[in-house]
Write a protein that binds this ligand. Structure first.
Ligand code: PHE
Length: 332
């Protein structure tokens, strides 16, 4: 039994095999166990001799099993460690970093320029009351300006703001001069999508109200803005215009940042690019907000962010700004 068991044990390659051998010889119905059990049938002389031998064999087998078990466990652990070794020289997976959207880049630049001049950032709701978007801005119910700005109405009194100008009113209602704010935000107009139009776009409103604010202040401010954003050589040009909430009003062009005013594809050979509307805050608008136009004056402007971004980055189709194709966005 001993020889046979030791032979089998030496060949055992797993803990499970060891256990099977243990059961076969030392288990309740094991071969050695039955020898010990059968001792009763032996003579009194044989019993101690066979008993001693059987016990010895049991001891030897138990020790051997224990010893082999330890060896196998060690081997198993080594194998596991070897498998789990980390090769620190394997190149890692490079994480792809996102990029700021071109509109965000331009918006950040605009904010930085105005914050540098002491402006605060104001915000207003995109779902706006007719009163703030039109009425208080001197655009009464059947004013033709309401046609120009094709409006998404939610009901008779509530709409999606067509401009950031309603924030002028909200700010002036809540804060007395001196006021110096910009308001970046999304605006909505019921326009069909094409290369230069989108029903959702962005504006940055500017408003300054204080004693003795003049058109000269407006022009100086816009000049600094244009030079900061488009380069020191940039100039601005004001063309007379009409907005119901400013008087006088102007549309403002900047000299083309690509050709420097000579004419190129970007400015459609004009040398100038229109980027904003501006003017002196209409006395009626100040009055509606409880600010005395005899004491205070102010200027306001509204800047088109898409237009600015398209010019800055040489983008010829506005739709590219909203499709978020990663191949496009990666370029800025
Ligand atoms: N709100 C005007 C527009 O959307 C722009 C503007 C703002 C004009 C402020 C004058 C003063 O066209």
């Amino acid at each position: 039994i001993r020889e046979q068991a030791e032979k089998e044990l030496s060949a055992a390659e797993s803990i499970q095999e060891l256990e099977n051998i243990r059961v076969k010889y030392l288990g309740k119905k094991g071969e050695l166990t039955s020898v010990l059990r059968g001792m009763g049938a032996l003579s009194a002389e044989e019993r101690p001799i066979i008993g001693q031998i059987a016990n010895e064999v049991r001891q030897v087998l138990e020790n051997r099993i224990e010893e082999l078990k330890k060896k196998l466990l060690d081997k198993e652990r080594e194998l596991k460690l070897a498998q789990e070794v980390i090769d620190v020289t394997i190149p890692g997976n490079r994480k792809v970093l996102g990029k700021k959207h071109p509109l965000t880049v331009v918006l950040d630049e605009i904010k930085e320029v105005f914050i540098g001049m002491g402006y605060e950032i104001a915000e207003g709701p995109e779902v706006e009351m007719d009163y703030y978007n039109f009425e208080a801005l001197n655009i009464p119910k059947n004013h033709p300006a309401r046609d120009v700005q094709d409006t998404f109405y939610i009901n008779e009194n509530i709409l999606l703001r067509t401009q950031t100008s309603p924030v002028q009113i909200r700010v002036m209602e809540n804060k007395k001069p001196p006021i110096k704010i910009i308001c970046p935000g999304r605006v909505y107009r019921s326009d069909a999508v094409d290369a230069t139009h989108s029903p959702i776009f962005h504006q940055v409103e500017g408003l300054v109200v204080d004693k003795g604010v003049t058109m000269g202040d407006l022009i100086g401010t816009l000049k600094i803005f244009a030079k900061s954003l488009f380069g020191e050589k940039t100039d601005i040009r004001l063309r007379p215009h009409h907005f119901p909430f400013t008087e006088p009003s102007a549309e403002v062009d900047v000299s083309c940042w690509t050709c420097g005013g000579k004419g190129c594809r970007i400015c459609k050979n004009e040398g100038w690019i229109e980027i904003l509307g501006a003017g002196m805050v209409h006395p009626k608008v100040l009055e509606v907000c409880g600010i005395d136009p005899e004491v205070y004056s102010g200027f306001a402007f509204g800047l088109g962010v898409e237009r600015t971004a398209m010019g800055r980055f040489n983008i010829d189709d506005m739709r590219l700004l909203y499709e978020n194709d990663i191949r496009f966005l990666k370029q800025f």
